[in-house]
Design a protein. Sequence first.
Length: 299
Amino acid sequence: MDDEEFLAERFEDNRAHLRAVAYRMLGSLTEADDAVQEAWLRLNRAGADGIENLGGWLTTVVGRVCLDMLRSRTSRGESPLDDVRVPDPVVSPPDAAGDPEQAALLADSVGLALLVVLETLSPAERLAFVLHDMFAVPFEDIAPMVGRTPTATRQLASRARRRVQGAAPVPDADLGRQRQVVRAFLAASHAGDFEALVAVLHPDVVLRADTGAAFPGATREVRGARTVASQALTFRHAALQARPALVNGAPGVVAVAEGRVVSVLGFTIVDGLVVELDILADPERLAGLDPAAFEVEPE
């Protein structure tokens, strides 16, 4: 094995971890892959000579790349604070065992609700929180990336942590109970039963619908059980074609029509009620999903 092959093999050993870091940083699977590829290009140029901890070096590189990407979004006016954006969901069939890379992506209960809150952080806050709290990177290593002292970087992470803990709901641990709630939601949608829909929604439920650039007028965020129930009934036809799925490791739904996935519904369920409903209906971002993987009918 030559040096380049050896280097490539060592990089592949770290790929799943690096993609997990980038996914938490960016909330985009495509951009996460781009960040990981950039890390490989930088490693290939630099070589591994003198790098004692390759995993740590690569994590730092990916962190820097993601920070630049987040700052670029903000400078172009693409800050998530300015728009409703549902992060890319990790979608799989309901009975899928999952591969190791997908398991790495979803470790530590990285649901859509948490990713949505991460999108509200500043780029520096997000980097400090993700790298330290999720991947145990020391503040001394993060500080140079954000141009601050370790103490100031610790404060960044602390501020981000308070926002996350105050805004990201912790879903029920019982997946079976979650599936029952999702089935009840679908049954009510199917029947057009407004009151039954309200009954499975938390009074302060939030619905986010991201239709992308193709249908910008349909992208919205609404709150409150009765308002969300009214909006959910507009997806009634999608509910009629619903197929069960795992969305970021939790029971969710894909809607299939005319041979393609037209939407993905991610549910955050707390105490048996839907507290967040995230709908991705962006044709461009859903194009990679294979509808044949979701042919099993709901129970």
